[in-house]
Write a protein that binds this ligand. Structure first.
Ligand code: SF4
Ligand code: SF4
Length: 234
């Protein structure tokens, strides 16, 4: 089946607001042995793009190439082994690195990070949740109060457009949201939600119940909280 075309240039232009007012890469990079922001370090994360996104990017910029598996010299990988883990219709890329980033050609996955759209069990796109594997690495995850309303709004608009054009993506994020609930259920912890209504909530992974909380009470993780500071403010 041929998917309707998505205008990635337009999507990028409408989803371009920085996540936080300050350069968050300067906050996390000192904690990465490579000295790079975690999400721009190919040894920490391999970006995935849609096939049609690559068709737009390939002739437009020299920023990206298909991931070879050898870009992380300390830990080379076999791309074939990762193929089965990559969602259908997507491919893995590598960029020139943070020193040579071309902001206007950042992929959708760069613009989303560290978030993905949260879909409730009753099929509602409620807002933004974060990639839980990055709790100990990404500074933004420990400072959700710093995420700008403009970023939140653009994130929601971009994903509404994505779901209207490609409804199958809604199902992908429904599954990802289920994985998120299972993860936090196993930890017996609630997880934060940046609701599209502008509020901050904690979600109970079992019942799906939402509790609105002040942003200063959102959880923080090491190394971005003081040793004597609790995960959540009392
Ligand atoms: S989004 Fe997170 S991992 Fe990426 S640069 Fe900002 S703080 Fe670092
Ligand atoms: S394109 Fe830019 S933002 Fe995206 S991973 Fe590369 S350096 Fe980071």
């Amino acid at each position: 089946m041929t998917l309707p075309r998505l205008n990635f240039r337009q999507l990028y232009d409408q989803f371009d607001a920085p996540v936080t007012p300050l350069d968050c890469g300067k906050r996390c990079a000192p904690h990465n042995p490579s000295g790079k922001p975690f999400c721009c370090d190919i040894c920490q994360a391999v970006p995935a793009v849609y096939q049609s996104e690559w068709e737009y990017l390939r002739p437009a910029t020299d920023l990206w190439h298909v991931w070879q598996g050898t870009e992380c010299q300390d830990n080379p990988e076999d791309p074939a082994a990762w193929q089965s883990e990559t969602p259908q219709g997507m491919l893995l890329l590598a960029c020139l690195g943070p020193d040579r980033c071309q902001r206007s050609f950042r992929a959708l996955s760069c613009r989303q990070f560290p978030f993905f759209p949260y879909i409730s069990e009753d099929f509602r796109f409620l807002g933004l949740v974060y990639e839980w594997e990055f709790e100990p690495f990404c500074w933004v995850i420990s400072r959700l109060d710093q995420v700008t309303p403009a970023y939140r709004q653009e994130f929601v608009q971009a994903h509404m457009h994505l779901f209207e054009t490609w409804p199958g993506e809604f199902n992908s994020y429904l599954l990802r949201s289920e994985e998120l609930r299972e993860h936090y259920h196993s930890l017996k912890r609630r997880f934060p939600l940046l609701h599209r209504n502008g509020g901050f909530y904690l979600v109970s992974p079992g019942s799906g119940r939402l509790q609105r909380i002040p942003p200063e009470r959102l959880p923080r993780f090491r190394p971005y909280r003081q040793p004597d500071e609790p995960v959540m403010a009392p």
